[in-house]
Design a protein around this ligand. Sequence first.
Ligand code: TXA
Ligand code: MG
Length: 318
Amino acid sequence: MSRPARSAETRIRSYDSAGLAEAAALIAAGEPVAVPTETVYGLAADATNDLAVARIYDAKGRPSFNPLIVHVSDLAMARRLVSFNATAERLAAAFWPGALTMVLPRLPDCPVAGLASAGLPTLAVRLPSHPAMRALISAAGVPLAAPSANRSGGISPTRAAHVLASLGGRIPFILDAGPARDGLESTIVRPLDDAIILLRPGPVTPAQLETATGLPVRDPEAGAGITAPGQLESHYAPSKPLMLNCDVPAPGAFHIGFGPGPCQRNLSVGGDLVEAAANLFALLHEADESAATRISIAPIPRTGLGLAINDRLRRAAA
Ligand code: TXA
Ligand code: MG
C-alpha cells in the first residue's frame, strides 16, 4: 500500500564524492533523492523508471499528477529525449545550463516514463547549472525527473533544512550543497517556430528571451491549445468512454483491474498504490489502442497516491 513514511530515517550528506556516490546508488535503486539546483532543491528520481517517478508523487503527497521537469546533464542527453526546433536551439545556446525549462515534443523512442509527463506527447526538459545536480545526473547516467522537494502545497525549499522539515521521514536522502541561489523555480517556455509561449515566469525574463531569439514572447492563451502549468487540465485522455469504480468488468470493455479479480490488465495485483501509479498511463494507452470500444476500471482507494490516481481518472472520464 502507499506507505505514509517509506523511509524512517532521512540522511543528510554534504556534496562530496562519498555523498554523491550514495545519492547515485539510491537513484539506481529507484529511490527519490533531494538535490540542490540553482533554482530550488529538487526531489530527483530516475525519469526512465515509472516506479521511481511514482515514488516522487508519493513522497510529496501530491493529490494529482502534474507532469514533471526532466533534468539532463548535457545537450546530447536532451537530444535523445525531445525534438528541438530552431527556436529551442537558440534558447539552449543562450540559456543552458540555467534556469530555463523547455516543453518540446517527445521523440518516438523517448525513454522517459509516461508518468513523468502525465501521458502527454510533450516533455519539459532543463539543463541545470548547479554542479551537484549535474554531477548526480552524470553519475546516475539517466535523466532525472525532479519537482521542488517539498510536500504538496508547501513552499519551495532553498536549503537542506527546508527539505528535511517538509519531507523528513518520507525520503531516504538529502544531498546538501548549501543554499540554492535563485530561490525561484525555472522559467518554463514552449518554443514555437515564430514565437515563445511563456508557461511559467521565472528567473529568465521575457525581455531576455526576446533579445536572445528576436521572437515575441506570448501568454499561453495566445498559443492555441497550450495550457499553463498548474492549471494543466489537458493531460492525456483516452479517446474511448472510460467507466470508473467498476467492481466487475463492464460488458465489452477493456477492464483495468486493481487487486485480485478478472481483468484484461491489472494496475497492481497486490493492491499497491505506488505500483498502480507507475502503471497507470501505460495501461490507459494500451486500453485505448485495444479493439474494445470502451474502458472500465476497478475502484481505487482514496488514500495516499490513490487520491492522485482518482483525480487523474476523473479528468480522463470527464
Ligand atoms: O526550477 C525548477 O524548475 C525546479 C527545479 C527542481 O528544477 N523544478 C520544478 O519542477 O519546479 P515542478 O515539477 O514543480 O514544475 C513542473 C511544471 C509544472 O507546473 C507542470 O505543469 C509543468 O512544469 N510542465 C511539465 N511538463 C509539462 C508539459 N509537457 N507541458 C506543459 N507544462 C508542463
Ligand atoms: Mg513546486
